[in-house]
Design a protein around this ligand. Structure first.
Ligand SMILES: [Zn+2]
Ligand SMILES: [Zn+2]
Length: 301
C-alpha cells in the first residue's frame, strides 16, 4: 500500500477549493477527486467537422477554434524559457530537439470539442503551480503539510490532449518528417471520456530509485514517444518533473516499472528534502500500481 500522508486539520484542502480541509472534503472523511469529463448533452450536433480531430464523434460545431494543446498557462512558461521540444523521442531515453513555441497553438479542434476539454487545462495549471510551490517549500524548509490531490485519469487525458494536438498539427516529427496527422479513434474516445486505458497503458512517472528531482523552473519540454516508426505516447516534462503516457501496451518489469526509470500509475509521489516534504496524490478510479515514489528535491533559487 502506498504511504498516503495523514492529513492534519487546518491545511488547505488537497482538492484546491481554497478551503481548509475540515470545512471541505475532510468533512466527508475522504478527499474526492472526480474526473473532469466533458458535459453530457441531450443530443449530438451530427456534424463531423473534417478539420477537427474528434470528428469521429459526430458532435462538432461548424467553427474551428485555435486549440492550445499544451494549455495556455503551461504555454506561457514555454514562452518564458523557449524550451519546447517536439521531435520524436525514442521510448525512455534520448534528448529531444527544440521547435518553435508558436506552433503549439493550432486549428485542429472545433470550438465545441475544444470547450469540452477546457477543464483539463485547469488540471495542468494546478500541477505547474504546485511544482513551483514545492520548490518554495523546499527552499524555505517549511514544515507545514503541503499536498495536492488530482485525478490520475485527468492527468492522462491532459497528456493525451497534448499528444493528439502534436500529431494533428504535424508537430510530431521523426528526423524532420512529420508523422501522418491521423489521431486514432481509440485516442479520441479516451480523451472525451467514452473509454479508458486498459492493460499497462496510461501514465508513467519517473521514479528511479534514489532519483533526485532537479527542478528547472518555468521549463517545459514535450516530445512524442515513438518506436518502430509509430507514435506510441508522449513525454511531458514540467519544471523537470517527467510524465509519460503510453498509448500502447508496454511490458513493465516485475517491479511495475516501464524500465528502471518509471512507475506505472503511482498513487503517491513524495518530494522531500532533509526537513520539508510535499505529496502529490493521484486518485485512480480503476487500475493503478499502488506504488509510491520518493524523490529528493534539489531546490533552485
Ligand atoms: Zn476539498
Ligand atoms: Zn469537433
Amino acid at each position: 500500500m502506498a504511504d498516503v500522508p495523514t492529513l492534519k486539520p487546518g491545511i488547505p484542502c488537497p482538492c484546491w477549493s481554497g478551503r481548509k480541509i475540515e470545512d471541505c472534503c475532510g468533512r466527508f472523511g475522504d478527499v474526492r477527486h472526480p474526473q473532469h469529463l466533458p458535459p453530457s448533452r441531450p443530443s449530438r450536433t451530427g456534424i463531423a467537422n473534417r478539420r477537427c480531430y474528434a470528428k469521429v464523434l459526430c458532435d462538432c460545431s461548424a467553427r474551428l477554434s485555435t486549440e492550445h494543446y499544451i494549455s495556455r498557462c503551461v504555454l506561457e512558461r514555454i514562452e518564458d524559457s523557449g524550451g519546447v521540444f517536439a521531435s520524436g523521442l525514442a521510448w525512455a531515453d534520448g534528448e529531444a530537439k527544440k521547435v518553435s513555441a508558436a506552433s503549439m497553438g493550432s486549428r485542429v479542434l472545433c470550438s465545441q470539442h475544444n470547450t469540452d476539454l477546457s477543464e483539463l487545462d485547469d488540471v495542468a495549471h494546478r500541477l505547474v503551480v504546485y511544482l513551483d510551490e514545492v520548490n518554495d517549500v523546499m527552499k524555505e524548509s517549511r514544515q507545514d503539510q503541503h499536498v495536492l490531490g488530482v485525478n490520475g485519469h485527468d492527468v492522462e487525458r491532459w497528456l493525451l490532449k497534448a499528444l493528439c494536438g502534436l500529431v494533428a498539427s504535424k508537430n510530431a516529427r521523426h528526423e524532420g518528417v512529420p508523422y501522418p496527422p491521423v489521431v486514432p479513434e481509440a485516442w479520441v474516445r479516451i480523451l472525451f471520456g467514452h473509454h479508458v486505458f486498459h492493460g499497462t497503458r496510461g501514465l508513467y512517472v519517473q521514479g528511479r530509485i534514489g532519483s533526485h528531482q532537479r527542478i528547472q523552473s518555468h521549463r517545459v519540454q514535450l516530445a512524442p514517444l515513438t518506436s518502430a516508426g509509430q507514435v506510441r505516447g508522449i513525454m511531458v516534462s514540467l519544471s523537470g518533473f517527467e510524465l509519460k503516457l503510453a498509448t500502447t501496451d508496454v511490458s513493465p518489469t516485475s517491479s511495475g516499472a516501464l524500465d528502471e526509470h518509471t512507475i506505472w500509475r503511482p498513487r503517491v509521489i513524495r518530494f522531500h528534502s532533509d526537513v520539508a516534504e510535499s505529496w502529490l496524490c493521484l486518485h485512480w478510479d480503476e487500475g493503478c500500481s499502488d506504488k509510491s515514489i520518493n524523490m529528493r528535491w534539489n531546490p533552485t533559487e
